[in-house]
Design a protein around this ligand. Structure first.
Ligand code: AMP
Length: 399
């Protein structure tokens, strides 16, 4: 992938695929501007070079037809505010006037096209639709890491019309490089901490990581499937019966590959899934019937802390307990703190996944880890070892 650093956009009309799929409230106001903020650097580079930035995105799920509710016109004001200059609304890709509106933009100016998903051809990755978008610009930049796992017209198909003239924006480049740094060239020992509720949703990630890491910590709700597989009494804890054999397979694979795999060794249990539940702390891995594991216990925290301390590369995805309830957040908070301390001592730490990000923010440690990946589904697929269509397209057509 070529980064936009490798080019100058002076005099160019630059089509930039961004991910402005931002949350809106009932009054159509943007309630979280992070996605717009994260494109500032790329937009500034284009406009600063003297190019015209033609931004394009999807918003919500309009199911392939125009729907006022999902119009990107709603976010024009916020975009102007955050990008620091007026953003012109350019209308739909297929409108007759759109080209004329683009031609009116001067060097350094910004425009935003209408929601691309108003056309079913966008999600279908249609070549003719990609061509229709492509005619509006003379350079293509993809800065939408969050949709890079989709093979859509504006994220992948379009690159073929910009051979030698397509680039990765700063956000996409940064996300991909940080994930690649962890997966392909980790400083050892490489530790992955995988938590969250279900083994099934993280299975492909775990399988891919088993070929890369030195140590794997499995915690959170999913660890009870592993503990059950090892014959531990897990009481009422969340577990997936149809994943028990798979969990055994993972443990076997880890042993055969020389990967040290750790599960919790004690648990904070509750008599119901509620903040006002009674608590019982097990002294080892035996959860009595009627109780469910909600967080890792103090011995586990100490054990995991010493493992994290020794790691030089740390990948963390998924909370180790029901951290949304303060009563069961100590484990996740301790892990976050240990990762932050290890980072300060020189380890490279990458945190990803909505709940892990929410946790690191909750404990105010977001500035004490090396990188927070906001890529959502795209990040998960990257960790699974898949080549993302958006990145592949840039690689194929970069020359
Ligand atoms: P995931 O989306 O798979 O990463 O799962 C995140 C969710 O897992 C969070 O909402 C946590 O509350 C939940 N979780 C973590 N530990 C447990 C547990 N021991 N029992 C039930 N849910 C858990």
């Amino acid at each position: 992938m070529k980064s936009i650093n490798e080019t100058n956009f002076n005099g160019k009309k630059v089509l930039v695929r961004v991910d402005y799929n931002v949350p809106l409230n009932d009054q159509f106001e943007v309630t979280d501007t992070t996605r717009i903020e994260r494109t500032i650097k790329t937009v500034n580079k284009i406009t600063g070079d003297g190019g015209v930035a033609i931004l394009m995105s999807h918003l919500g799920r309009p199911k392939g037809e125009p729907n006022e509710k999902f119009s990107l016109q709603h976010i024009i004001g916020k975009c102007s505010e955050i990008l620091g200059k007026p953003v012109a609304f350019l209308g739909d890709v297929t409108d007759k006037e759109t080209e004329a509106k683009i031609n009116k933009l001067k060097a350094g100016e910004i425009g935003l096209l209408e929601n691309l998903r108003f056309h079913k051809e966008e999600e279908a990755g249609d070549v003719e639709f990609a061509k229709a978008i492509a005619r509006l610009g003379d350079t293509y930049v993809n800065d939408a890491f969050g949709t890079a796992h989709r093979e859509h017209a504006s994220t992948a198909t379009i690159a073929q019309f910009f051979k030698g003239n397509c680039f990765a924006g700063y956000l996409l480049y940064e996300e991909a490089m940080n994930l690649e740094k962890v997966l392909s060239e980790p400083t050892e020992p490489f530790l992955a901490i995988i938590g969250g509720s279900k083994v099934s949703s993280k299975l492909d990630i775990i399988n891919n990581l088993l070929t890369k890491v030195d140590t794997l910590i499995v915690a959170g709700g999913m660890s009870y499937t592993f503990l059950h597989a090892m014959g531990v009494n897990i009481g009422n804890s969340i577990y997936e019966p149809d994943m028990v054999e798979t969990a055994r397979g993972i443990i076997r694979k880890a042993h055969l590959r020389g990967v040290d795999i750790f599960c919790p060794i004690d648990n904070i249990c509750a008599d119901k899934f509620s903040e006002d539940a009674d608590i019982y702390v097990t002294t080892q891995n035996h959860i009595p019937d009627g109780w469910e594991g909600m967080d890792i216990g103090p011995r586990t925290i100490r054990k995991f802390a010493s493992i994290i301390k020794g790691a030089k590369t740390i990948l963390w995805n998924g909370p180790v307990g029901v951290f949304e309830m303060d009563k069961f957040g100590k484990g996740t908070q301790s892990i976050a703190l240990c990762v932050a301390v290890a980072t300060m001592a020189g380890a490279f730490s990458l945190i990803g996944g909505g709940d892990s990000i929410a946790a690191i923010n909750k404990y105010n440690l977001q500035n004490f880890v090396s990188y927070i990946s906001t890529g959502g589904g795209a990040m998960l697929e990257y960790l699974e070892g898949k080549e993302l269509p958006g990145i592949k397209a840039l690689n194929v057509y970069e020359k």
